[in-house]
Ligand binder design. Structure first.
Ligand code: THU
Length: 141
C-alpha cells in the first residue's frame, strides 16, 4: 500500500500548481510524482517569452526527482486548468506527448496517472494506457 493516496498526490499537485509561471497561456499546471523510494517530488509549468522554451509541470517534477537520484516512478498526479479555475470547473489536463515519452524512461510497469477533474473527481489511468507500444531503454540493449 502506497504511503500516499491518489487524493494526497493530487493535493501535492495542486500545491505545486500555485507556483506555476504561466503568464502567456494563463493555464496553470501542477504535477506530483511518487517514486519507488516513497518520496514525492512536485513541480509546475514554467513558461518563457520564447514560447518553445516552456517546460511542462510533469517534466519539472520529473527532473527534480531524477536530479535527486530517483530512477523509478510509481505514480504521477496532474492538476491543470486555466489559472482562474475553481474546483467546480476544473478540467482534466492530460500529459502532452513529450511528457508521456519523458516519463516513460523512468516508469515502473503499471505506473499510475491520476488527473484532477471537477470537484473531487480523479481520472485514473496508467502510463502504458496513455503511451501504448512505447519505446524505452530496453529497446536499445
Ligand atoms: N502544460 C503542462 O504543463 N503539461 C502538459 O502536459 C500540457 C501543457 C503547460 C505548458 C504550457 O505552459 C501550458 O500548459 C499551455 O500549454
Amino acid at each position: 500500500m502506497d504511503a500516499f493516496s491518489k487524493e494526497e498526490l493530487i493535493g501535492k499537485a495542486l500545491d505545486a500548481r500555485r507556483e506555476s509561471y504561466s503568464p502567456y497561456s494563463g493555464f496553470a499546471v501542477g504535477a506530483a510524482i511518487l517514486t519507488d523510494s516513497g518520496k514525492v517530488y512536485s513541480g509546475a509549468n514554467i513558461e518563457n517569452a520564447s514560447f518553445g522554451a516552456t517546460i511542462c509541470a510533469e517534466r519539472t517534477a520529473a527532473v527534480k526527482a531524477i536530479s535527486e537520484g530517483e530512477r523509478k516512478f510509481r505514480a504521477i498526479a496532474i492538476a491543470g486548468s486555466p489559472s482562474s479555475a475553481e474546483d467546480i470547473s476544473f478540467q482534466y489536463s492530460f500529459p502532452c506527448g513529450i511528457c508521456r515519452q519523458f516519463l516513460r524512461e523512468f516508469a515502473l510497469p503499471d505506473m499510475k496517472v491520476y488527473i484532477k477533474g471537477p470537484l473531487d473527481d480523479i481520472y485514473e489511468t496508467t502510463l502504458d494506457e496513455l503511451l501504448p507500444h512505447s519505446f524505452g531503454p530496453e529497446n536499445l540493449s
